[in-house]
Design a protein around this ligand. Sequence first.
Ligand code: BDR
Ligand code: CA
Length: 313
Amino acid sequence: MSARKIIIDTDPGQDDAVAILLALGSPEEIDLLGITAVAGNVPLALTQKNARIICEVAGRPEVKVHAGCDAPLERPLVTAEHVHGGSGLDGPELFDPSMPLAEQHGVDFIIDTLRAEPSGSVTLCPLGPLTNIAAAFRRAPDIIDRVQEIVLMGGAYFEVGNITPAAEFNIYVDPEAAQEVLHAGVPVTMMPLDVTHKALTTRARVEAFRNLGSRVGNFTAEMLDFFERFDVEKYGSEGGPLHDPCVIAYLIRPELFSGRRVNVEVEVSSPLTLGMTVADWWGVTDRPANALFIGDLDADGFFALLTERLARL
Ligand code: BDR
Ligand code: CA
């Protein structure tokens, strides 16, 4: 089978960074057409820079990194430095990347790529707020039918929220964008907190990255040393949740994951529950299913895959 063409839309973020590394370490399954950065965990100036840092750490400076939207569609930006640190990528020693930022705006790159590639051959992988994707769909509705699938990290249901009691961060930051993407008619697979909170960086798993003895292994371990402290303190868990790599792992090994096709709606007006993803898990409405909502994963298999693929870089 030929490698699946994807665009990663991202707001790095340590877990976004590991997702990018997983994609770059998996050329048999993943053909990364480009990366589009979006404002989210930190402002756009940092997310686009962090995406380039990751590509350079992976030894892949030729990857195209485009800067997309610097604010949500209809709201001021909310960021998450309290989780990711001031740089968004705190932990390892960071540097100014020498690879250039691509000139084209990220939203235009998404539009042009979907128009240029055969219809149904490109998968979108959003790992941050859905602003760039929704902006592309608003500006060029003709591309919507050309998307093969959207596999995204976002949302929460049984696990409830992480940025508010009801909402997960990526959806909360741009709820209008999320609701539009979920109703665009494209097949959507969601990795909500329900599954990502089972992908925990235990000490042994972080040490397995460090023991790779490579630049990528050390960089990853140093990022995760920093990243896990927030969730360990908050949840008393064994480590931090590797949210975003679940998206890429699903493309490579879907059998590691299980979920249910359900209707998912995003709350866009209530101040109390803004950004909540209301998943009709028990089918108590007649609203049609619009997403495969993932709820479980084989965590050991997931970390084995990550370690194996990062070892290739
Ligand atoms: C999501 O929010 C960000 O902090 C992470 O990178 C992940 O995409 C988890 O809620
Ligand atoms: Ca992210």
